[in-house]
Design a binder for this molecule. Structure first.
Ligand code: F6R
Length: 607
């Protein structure tokens, strides 16, 4: 899972390729590289690690050329070294790749048996050799690529550049996204519309199996049967300005602070507060026939799905199955007629979730997608598209996309319940009123930023941290632990509070902070009992609750974080904020790379 960009233009491209990589760095940052062709000469710069290393190399040794490709890598095959960095060059062919060539081993063995030698450990280099072999056999670049593509199994987005053909770029996609951009006398390839935003807003999304031939004057797109096809062009609406940190130190901090606004925007498309009604963007979808819901997602989006399971079952009384996407297909789920499969994803490109979506469709399920990128693969394959309006999320750790997912899922649960005749008019009005209060309550939660920052050095010293919650706040415990692990590298686990006594309580000592998420409400007393079991064993508790909860149970804790008093329905949206802020400040205290934590990438387009 990597970012790729290509430009065939009329002016030098290296700086613009580098700028494009900056917008794609969220897809991986293990290494990066650029290659351009000028006067029949191919020149390439590659560097290990973050993009700044490549930028320094390019500043020291600039590249001239009006056609080029570039890549930012999240390592799959081969360590993140310069040798394994893309672009890969074999003879006439230069190539960048996002995805995994699953049959690379037999292909590589056969190429080695023919006497070819490899300069990297990547699966990608195999493709460059295969195309080079066809060129050596006398095929044109276009025919060589056409011949090689069917030999590749797995998932890929590819961009090819040819040393002796400065008038040509070729792109191909199967299972990983690729867009084509149209400029004035220039054309572009990119992993997404965001990469191309400063270059052009006029883009076309390649379909599965498509491959495209780009010249300065236009683009010819072929489908997997090599027929020339038209793919609709759209105006992306993204601009360069949208990915700016503003006055914030990190994108993650900016995105946490944006939440009240983007959650309000999102709710604005799902609620009619004055009428006290839920109103989905696709009103014609018939929920009355849905007998079972299967929710599938990964990571933070999965935790949004966990919350939704509570809501769907509580409000609509519809049974819900819930799976992480990487497990879903392999447990051979029973998917009966009348089922709705619901996929939740910020990016809409996560390979595990996309594969699960296609599995569910093949099994006859209706497909609903809650997604933040409305042009993504998942969005385009949905029967029921439920967009979140979080705006571009750049920090690798998901924050605002998560709370916007919760907002959409709450509205969806209420809509479901209404369609099933399980919600009276008054109940619907009450739900809408509570949801409409969420943005203000999230604002009040953010107002406690300073206190949370003051607590961070204490948590930053810990080797292990536990998070506890119950009911819909249990996924908040899991989410808090995930946020802390991924950006501060502190080992953290979330537990259902009642589960502690069945094993994990053995971990408790004075060195393990325990963060307890306990809003006032029907589960408060039970959570507090579990918290007291921890305290009785010397555990150091941080209690996140409202004033009433803190007054009732704050004694003996090492710290309390006060949230506004909210209805249990919106507690997950509000309590997401302090766990995000705590992880953020702990990571800052530890000096880690908050927006680009090690080993991770934002969009995971490999299985
Ligand atoms: C954690 C995080 C990941 C993503 C996961 C799914 O902060 O961001 O766990 O939630 O990779 O990604 P999407 O939502 O794009 O499918």
């Amino acid at each position: 899972m990597c970012g790729i960009i290509g430009i065939i233009g009329r002016e030098d491209v290296a700086d613009r390729l580098l700028a494009g990589l900056r917008r794609l760095e969220y897809r991986g940052y293990d290494s990066a590289g650029v290659a351009v062709v000028e006067n029949g000469v191919l020149a390439r710069r590659r560097a290990e690690g973050k993009l700044d290393n490549l930028a320094r190399k390019l500043a020291a040794e600039p590249l001239d050329g009006t056609v080029g490709i570039a890549h930012t890598r999240w390592a799959t095959h081969g360590a993140p070294t310069e040798d394994n960095a893309h672009p890969h060059v074999v003879g006439e062919v230069t190539l960048v790749h996002n995805g995994i060539i699953e049959n690379f081993k037999p292909l590589r063995d056969a190429l080695i048996a023919e006497g070819r030698t490899f300069a990297s450990q990547t699966d990608t280099e195999v493709v460059a050799h295969l195309v080079d072999r066809e060129l050596q056999r006398g095929l044109s670049p276009v025919d060589a690529v056409k011949k090689v593509l069917p030999q590749l199994h797995g998932a890929f987005a590819l961009a090819f550049l040819f040393r002796s053909h400065p008038d040509l770029l070729i792109g191909a996609r199967l299972g990983a996204p690729l867009v084509v951009g149209y400029g004035e006398g220039e054309t572009y390839l990119g992993s997404d519309a965001l990469a191309l935003a400063p270059l052009t807003q006029k883009i076309a999304y390649l379909d599965e199996g498509d491959w495209a031939v780009l010249t300065r004057d236009g683009v010819t797109i072929h489908d997997r049967d090599n027929q020339v096809v038209d793919r609709p062009t759209t105006i992306s609406g993204l601009t360069g300005a949208m990915i700016d940190k503003g006055n914030h130190r990190h994108f993650m901090q900016k995105e946490i602070f944006e939440q009240p606004v983007v959650v309000a925007q999102t709710l604005g498309s799902y609620l009619r507060p004055l009428a006290g009604e839920v109103s989905l963007p696709i009103p014609e979808f018939d929920f009355t026939q849905i007998r079972r819901v299967t929710i599938v997602a990964c990571g933070t989006s999965f935790y949004a799905g966990m919350v939704a399971k509570y809501w769907f079952e509580q409000f609509a009384r519809v049974p819900v199955d819930l799976d992480v996407a990487s497990e879903f297909r392999y447990r051979e789920p029973v998917l009966e007629d009348g089922g709705l499969a619901l996929f939740i994803s910020q990016s809409g490109e996560t390979a595990d979730t996309l594969a699960a979506l296609r599995h569910a469709r093949a099994a006859g399920q209706k497909i609903a997608v809650v997604v933040n990128v409305p042009t993504s693969s998942m969005a385009r394959e949905a029967d029921l598209l439920l967009p979140t309006h979080a705006g571009p999320e750049i920090g690798v750790a998901s924050t605002k996309a998560f709370t916007c997912q919760l907002a959409v899922l709450a509205a969806l649960a209420a809509n479901f319940a209404r369609a099933k005749g399980r919600l009276s008019r008054e109940e619907e009005q009450e739900i809408v009123r509570h949801l409409a209060e969420a943005p203000a309550a999230m604002n009040a939660a953010i107002a406690h930023d300073d206190e949370i920052e003051a607590l961070a050095p204490l948590i930053a010293k810990a080797r292990d941290v536990l998070y506890l919650g119950r009911g819909p706040d249990y996924p908040m415990a899991l989410e808090g632990a995930l946020k802390l692990k991924e950006i501060s590298y502190i080992h953290a686990e979330g537990y259902a509070a009642g589960e502690m006594k069945h094993g994990p309580i053995a971990l408790i000592d004075e060195h393990v902070p325990v963060i307890v998420i306990a809003p006032s409400g029907p589960l408060f007393d039970k959570t507090v009992s579990n918290m007291q079991e921890v305290q009785a064993r010397g555990g150091k508790v941080v209690l996140i609750s409202d004033a009433e909860g803190i007054a009732a149970a704050g004694e003996g804790t090492i710290a309390t974080i006060e949230m506004p008093r909210v209805h249990p329905l919106i507690a997950p949206l509000v309590y997401a904020v302090p766990v995000q802020l705590l992880a953020y400040h702990v990571a800052v205290a530890k000096g880690t790379d908050v927006d680009q934590p090690r080993n991770l990438a934002k969009s995971v387009t490999v299985e």
